[in-house]
Design a protein around this ligand. Structure first.
Ligand SMILES: *Cc1c(COP(=O)(O)O)cnc(C)c1O
Length: 373
């Protein structure tokens, strides 16, 4: 546990819950589909330095990140399995993939030629996954042109096509027609590859599709937010028993009585209509606690929910405890459980007009992540 005397605001990362979530996903998809946890954006804000060694210890054979520099960091942290970089990369980064044994996403014929050329010069034969665009219009060869792309990739002696993949735009929606259309395009485009002596790993399912589109699980699934115990949207069917991994704590550092009509914080956006008790927390938007939480989010103190009042500052946030009790040094839960109450990342995201992904990935580096469980 971090020393609260040093840093009274911190996140706990429940590594036991992380293990149970991965098991729950494995059980849900069954033995035919490999599970590749997605660790981009500092493991969705949970801390790559905690999550990578834990997954290595569990024997997870394959992880995904978004950027080459995240892949390098995963290697530096000792990950020995496959590290798949999902995003696009520029030509100057290709050498880094080869230096650190990272698995490429190849989203165009141009990139295929660049990777092959550099691999040839170095006498290496890297593994690549070909990216097909079936309706996201982000990166990837349009599914209508996939055939020529596959032919050229398979004809190339300087790389190994290990996988072929695509990405859903609407797998977290209540209406899955669009996702089904994307899946149909992907399966149609990659059908013939199944006849190859060594067929590629085919994958398309993110968390939404893992939960609610079983026919999309194919050879491998890519759970991001689900790994951390959250669903991608309120609409997504809660099909698996996953539990939140991250909690976010702070501490009461100041207590005062505020008279009626005395405004609290920048811009004087809130004032009590009667005398009340207000406490101050050492956390603010500089820690990633959203400014949009101003006058809208709640926190837990001594098992009771209390509202954030006034504007969230860079480093401090005020809470109206009414007639409640709180003392300096009391633990405050921004996200997590206390007594019978809990505040989920989804609750906070709803209050702030955003999505859980953004709450998690914006928690800044000055908030220590502490492994528990
Ligand atoms: C981020 C990402 C994922 C994981 O998405 P979740 O919704 O968090 O499961 C999977 N695949 C790709 C290509 C991604 O960029």
């Amino acid at each position: 546990m971090t020393d609260p005397a040093v840093r009274p605001t911190y996140c706990t990362v429940d590594l036991g819950a992380l293990t149970r979530n991965i098991t729950a996903i494995e059980n849900h998809v069954g033995p035919a589909s490999q599970v590749m946890p997605v660790l981009k954006a500092d493991a969705y804000g949970h801390g790559l330095a905690l999550v990578v060694p834990h997954l290595e210890g569990l024997g997870v054979g394959r992880i995904a990140v978004a950027y080459v520099e995240e892949g390098i960091e995963a290697r530096r942290l000792g990950f020995t399995g496959i590290v798949h970089v999902l995003g696009g990369a520029v030509e100057s980064q290709i050498g880094l993939f080869l230096d650190h044994d990272l698995t490429f996403t190849v989203p165009s014929i141009d990139k295929l030629v660049q990777v092959a050329t550099i691999a040839h010069q170095r006498g290496m034969k890297p593994a690549v996954h070909l990216k097909i665009d079936t309706g996201m219009e982000r990166i990837g060869v349009h599914y209508q042109n996939a055939h020529a792309f596959f032919e050229q990739a398979y004809a190339c002696d300087d790389l190994v096509v290990e996988g072929v993949f695509s990405h859903f735009a609407n797998a977290d929606s209540a209406d899955l027609d669009d996702a089904r259309r994307q899946l149909e395009r992907f399966v149609g485009a990659t059908d013939l590859l199944g006849d190859l002596a060594e067929p590629p790993i085919r994958h398309i399912a993110n968390s939404g599709a893992i939960a609610q589109l079983p026919e999309s699980h194919l050879d491998l699934v890519r759970p991001g937010v689900l790994t951390y115990g959250l669903y991608p949207s309120r609409e997504t069917v809660r099909a698996l028993g996953v539990e939140p991994v991250l909690s976010w704590m702070s501490t009461v550092v100041y207590f005062k009585v505020v008279a009626a009509d005395s405004s609290v914080g920048y811009g004087s956006t809130w004032a009590p209509s009667r005398q009340t008790r207000v406490v101050t927390l050492p956390v603010g938007y500089g820690d990633g606690y959203p400014r949009a939480a101003s006058n809208s989010a709640e926190v837990l103190i001594r098992g009771t929910r209390y509202p954030v009042v006034g504007r969230v500052c860079m480093d401090q946030t005020m809470i109206d405890i009414g007639d409640g009790t709180a003392y300096n040094g009391d633990q405050v839960v921004l996200v997590g459980s206390q007594g019978q109450q809990s505040i989920t990342v989804e609750d906070l995201a709803d209050r702030c007009g955003t999505i859980p992904y953004e709450i998690l990935t914006r928690i800044t580096a000055r908030v220590p992540r502490v492994g528990v469980g």
